[in-house]
Ligand binder design. Sequence first.
Ligand SMILES: Cc1cc2nc3c(=O)[nH]c(=O)nc-3n(C[C@H](O)[C@H](O)[C@H](O)COP(=O)(O)OP(=O)(O)OC[C@H]3O[C@@H](n4cnc5c(N)ncnc54)[C@H](O)[C@@H]3O)c2cc1C
Ligand code: FES
Length: 245
Amino acid sequence: MEYITSKIIENIEVSKGIYSMKLKHKKGIKPGQFYMLKGEKSFLGRPISVCEVDNDVVRFLYAVVGKGTNEFSNLKEGENIKIIGPLGNGFSLEQDYGKVALVGGGIGVAPMLELAKALNKEKKSKIDFYGGFRDEVYLVNEIEAYVDKAIVSTNTGKVGYKGFITEPLLENIKNYDTVLCCGPEVMMKKVVEICKENNVNVYVSMEKHMACGVGACLVCTCKTKEGNKRTCKDGPVFNGLDVEF
Ligand SMILES: Cc1cc2nc3c(=O)[nH]c(=O)nc-3n(C[C@H](O)[C@H](O)[C@H](O)COP(=O)(O)OP(=O)(O)OC[C@H]3O[C@@H](n4cnc5c(N)ncnc54)[C@H](O)[C@@H]3O)c2cc1C
Ligand code: FES
């Protein structure tokens, strides 16, 4: 698969070090899928989740953490970026999840907006959102429009519950049949433990380093009960009970 050039429609800082980028897209994107985005200065692309789809526009939310994402943050409206996507399996929308808790940690909240929108459209059952942040809270006000209840935690106590989001989740876990989760690996490991102990289904979107993004290089290996899987091609969404953290 080759990178194609896409024109940036919008690229704005929405919170400290957190940017929202919009590009034109093709149809048929599933929540939880991602794109490889690449600036002129980088040899390799960086995987970034689809945050929202609106008609023919796809939006990404990214945190500036290193060289690649810093280059993205300097791109202006009207400039070009190289893209491949949508990639990966995404969250299944065919499955009846029952009562759902969406759990996002930090920039892991990014795919939760499009997921909340898609689940809300089908609206078979209750959907709650749990968002855990260090200090600054972002995207929650947009997700709130599509869920029954949004619970927020910050490590500093600046907004919502003071502590980790896994604490209110544990308190309420008996209210849910399924948890859909994206965030730091240590958080997802804890979420899977909570779900396992309480017989709740759990699906996680794994964040591994990637090089090709299309299944060819094996950089993104994720250990599962069924052996090593490629996060980019076989995931990034896996049944949490199958992942060996
Ligand atoms: C499927 C998938 C979807 C993702 N979606 C998003 C998203 O929507 N928004 C977003 O901001 N980020 C997302 N990421 C993470 C993003 O790809 C990395 O932050 C980015 O590649 C870092 O590139 P860099 O050159 O800026 O930083 P680097 O210089 O490469 O790294 C800076 C720091 O980030 C860490 N890091 C790099 N890549 C990853 C990674 N894949 N997972 C965890 N830590 C990493 C490094 O260890 C280092 O500490 C996603 C990752 C995957 C695998
Ligand atoms: S990033 Fe190359 S196989 Fe997944």
